[in-house]
Ligand binder design. Structure first.
Ligand code: 5GP
Ligand code: MN
Length: 335
């Protein structure tokens, strides 16, 4: 983060402020962890923070401290708009372009308060007065830790803040295994554990809370998987009918995409999930090694993300989306 930005933000935070904190639509562990960590941090200094998520967060994150204070823009649009209008400052965390907030984009774009972006996605848009963007970090939560250090407030870290930060680092790093996980990441993790983070409980809360129907949905996704060994590629699909048949709840498809990559010799995978309400096919891409799924998602599926984990969408039917995807494979250089 630029020294002059650190000084400017310190000055802004020197007196109590009304502060809105925004994660991206479909908030994940890093988006929820980073926004709630910042929420608890700002509260300690007599600010009045509110986390406003564009839409609902998945159930498996509901145990995060402070999640009960979250406002959902989609459910309480006029209240959230009022809070935004009254805000002196707006933090946007874990995303790089206002359209990642969906419908909320139009409201955010009209706000006059200065924005502070903290994010680790590529090619950040230029909407914020202060931008702390760095793709070398595996998570926004790790950057929130740094931000607190930059503010000279490391002493303010406590078990609650540490728990939120730990959660985002854990989920966005695929349990400390994705590129971007550094010695520094582990040094921070060690400090968080020393602050009392329950590092053996958190993975249980996050990952061992499957319903039977969620496991069956996973089973269906695994059965639907197609493998193209010559392209080192696999993909799977879930239609709305299949989601309905297995009592789909938000969050149930989280992580399923990674199974495609767990096969020996497969370095590129995707999951296509039909969303009848939004009339789209939501896609997640994952790769191992040099194949850049961020670029692929940007170029062909109206999306983006990181080199090894990205997402996008298609307004074609499931069948046509798959045809398009398969046709692209022969031109890719998957090592
Ligand atoms: P996931 O597949 O877990 O939803 O997302 C993987 C990564 O890609 C995350 O960093 C996420 O923010 C990003 N991502 C997912 N969907 C989209 C999208 O539609 N557009 C862009 N720009 N990024 C996305
Ligand atoms: Mn993230």
């Amino acid at each position: 983060m630029k020294t002059e930005d650190i000084q400017a933000i310190k000055a802004l935070l020197a007196t109590p402020k009304k502060i809105a904190i925004i994660p991206h639509r479909g908030p994940d562990g890093d988006a929820m962890g980073s926004t709630l960590a910042l929420y608890h941090f700002l509260k300690k200094f007599n600010h009045e923070p509110t986390v406003i998520a564009p839409n609902e967060f998945p159930n498996f994150l509901a145990w995060l401290p402070g999640s009960e204070t979250l406002k959902i823009f989609e459910n309480e649009t006029s209240l959230c708009t009022e809070i935004l209008k009254e805000s002196d400052l707006i933090f946007t965390l874990d995303f790089n372009a206002l359209h990642r907030t969906g419908e909320m984009e139009h409201t955010l774009a009209q706000m006059n308060a200065p924005f502070i972006m903290i994010d680790h996605h590529q090619k950040p848009d230029d909407y914020a007065a202060y931008t702390y963007s760095d793709t070398s970090f595996g998570s926004t939560c790790e950057m929130i830790y740094n931000f607190i250090v930059f503010m000279d407030q490391k002493f303010a870290l406590d078990k609650t803040i540490a728990t939120c930060i730990y959660t985002g680092i854990l989920t966005d790093s695929g349990s400390f295994r994705f590129p971007g996980t550094t010695g520094n990441t582990h040094r921070i993790i060690a400090e968080l554990i020393d602050l009392g983070v329950e590092n053996t409980q958190i993975p249980i809360l996050l990952f061992d809370n499957n319903s039977f129907s969620r496991l069956q949905l996973l089973g269906r996704a695994l059965q639907n998987m197609k493998v193209f060994r010559n392209y080192k590629t696999s993909y799977t699909t879930l239609t709305q009918t299949e989601l309905d048949a297995f009592d789909y709840e938000k969050g149930d498809t989280e992580g399923i995409v990674n199974y495609g990559l767990s096969m020996k010799g497969i370095h590129f995978t995707a999951i296509f999930i039909e969303n009848k309400d939004e009339k789209i096919i939501k896609i997640s891409f994952r790769s191992q090694g040099s194949f850049d799924v961020n670029e692929f998602a940007r170029m062909h599926f109206n999306g983006g993300g990181h080199q090894n984990a990205a997402g996008g969408k298609s307004t074609l039917s499931m069948e046509d989306t798959i045809t398009k995807f398969e046709a692209l494979l022969s031109n890719l250089n998957i090592q």
